[in-house]
Write a protein that binds this ligand. Structure first.
Ligand code: LLP
Length: 428
């Protein structure tokens, strides 16, 4: 009970035990597994909405656009829920843009980040009228200008500044250090704004940064905002006036032990720092959906050797890559509470043929074959990073809303995996 509570304190207790059985809102996970099979991603509508509202409410006194970062979880149903609340969207590909459009998102509230925007992606974004391109290099700025020129359009841009700040997170997800590929340094940014001023098809409207993900202390964030503000001042001295400051995403969540930053406190600090004349854009992903989802999995086998006990479950690194890729720790709890008497340490592993295929190592659990387990805090970068490795169809995604459940993505079939493949004809 305690574990489930810890993960949901930011919004509500979306996943909690009732009479010893774990529920998503008012639907039992055991019943969901019975009806839809495992592995399954299960999300709580209330938790997702509360996650978005936490930002909107905290910044309500300011001209703010909360752009949910689609990469965290791009399921159409989730984008639709957020679009209905008035969310904007942070995208990094043409594919994410199409998802936002299909889900009914407003293109005028879309910001487009990423170091490698292709010409066709830029063209499409201009065609639908996005809010802003977060430009990451001079070459990209010139490409956007050229395409906008061909379309007789004017492209709204921010320059993404790399403030060279250590966000104190896993090195793979730190993005604002000078050795990272993202953005441009402050000096280059000034040059790019000057260059942009002379380009007919560019309108520089803002400034942008994103320093990393799963940041649990707001100190680095504040340092980044201060760097952007001093750049804005220097720009104004040279006659370049911008209207918004995009401070990126990255606020961390509690996966168990960490203390997640308080969004209201964060908003208060940022609002105090940023002068009223600038609109604020935010790009949160994980902190909206991370604790709004679990991965439901069933124990296939228990096995042990002289050194270790293994619980082999039916979810694996193809479903949830984070433990393998970042050594990320996700709490794993039983769907049916048992006394802790028989609890022993298990490595909870999947069927994929890699030693790196684990969901959690050395977890104290009391288990029997066929038991159901919930891997917590899987709403962000869970399904969105899943793959078909080992020809494993991707899991079903379910959204719970009170006592109702919705299949928001069907479990893939092996036929679907092979659908685009061709064998050579007889003479091949
Ligand atoms: N904006 C930009 C430009 C980003 O690159 C990202 C995340 C975000 C916003 C959203 O950040 P969030 O609020 O979700 O932290 N796969 C990793 C996380 C990679 C994040 C990459 N960029 C993980 O599973 O931890």
């Amino acid at each position: 009970m305690k574990q489930a509570r810890q993960t949901c304190t930011t919004y509500m207790e979306a996943f909690s035990y009732k009479n010893g059985s774990l529920y998503a809102e008012d639907v039992s996970l055991e019943a969901l597994a019975g009806r839809h099979g495992t592995p399954a991603y299960v999300y709580s509508r209330a938790a997702i909405e509360a996650g978005w509202r936490a930002y909107a409410d905290a910044f309500s006194g300011r001209d703010t656009l909360v752009c949910y970062s689609v990469k965290a979880n791009g399921n159409l149903a989730i984008l639709d829920l957020l679009a209905r609340l008035g969310s904007g969207f942070d995208i990094v590909s043409g594919g994410e843009l199409e998802r936002v459009l299909v889900a009914g998102g407003d293109p005028g509230k879309v910001v487009f980040s990423g170091v490698g925007k292709r010409a066709d992606e830029i063209r499409r974004a201009l065609e639908v009228g996005i809010r802003c391109f977060n430009v990451e290099s001079e070459a990209e700025l010139l490409r956007i200008n050229g395409i906008a020129g061909d379309m007789s359009a004017r492209a709204p841009v921010s320059i993404r500044v790399n403030p060279d700040i250590d966000p104190d997170t896993h090195p793979y997800i730190a993005t604002g250090l000078k050795e990272n590929k993202f953005g441009v340094d402050a000096g280059q940014a000034l040059d790019l704004y000057r260059l942009a001023g002379g380009l007919d098809n560019i309108a520089a409207t803002g400034i942008d940064c994103h320093i990393g993900s799963q940041i649990t202390s707001i100190g680095p964030y504040i340092d980044a905002v201060n760097k952007l503000l001093s750049l804005l001042e220097r720009l104004e001295q040279t006659g370049i006036t911008l209207s918004h400051i995009d401070i990126g995403g990255g606020l961390g969540i509690s996966y168990g032990d960490e203390q997640a930053p308080d969004i209201a406190g964060f908003a208060g600090t940022v609002s105090d720092l940023v002068p009223e004349r600038y609109g604020i854009i935010l790009e949160p992903g994980r902190s909206i959906v991370g604790n709004a989802g679990v991965l439901l999995t069933r124990v296939e086998y228990l096995k042990s050797n002289n050194t270790r006990r293994f619980a082999v479950v039916d979810a694996s690194m193809n479903d949830l890559l984070r433990p393998s890729l970042y050594r990320a720790r996700h709490d794993i709890i039983p769907v049916s509470e048992r006394g802790d008497g028989a609890a022993v340490d298990y490595d909870v592993v999947g069927p994929v043929c890699e030693t790196g295929d684990f969901l959690g190592l050395q977890r104290r659990l009391s288990l029997a074959p066929d038991d159901l387990l919930a891997v917590l805090s899987c709403g962000a970068y869970g399904f969105s990073m899943s793959s078909n490795y080992n020809s494993r169809p991707r899991a079903v995604e379910l959204l719970v809303d009170g006592e109702h459940e919705h299949v928001i993505r069907e479990r893939e079939t092996v036929e679907q995996l092979m659908a685009g493949e061709r064998i050579l004809g007889a003479r091949g």
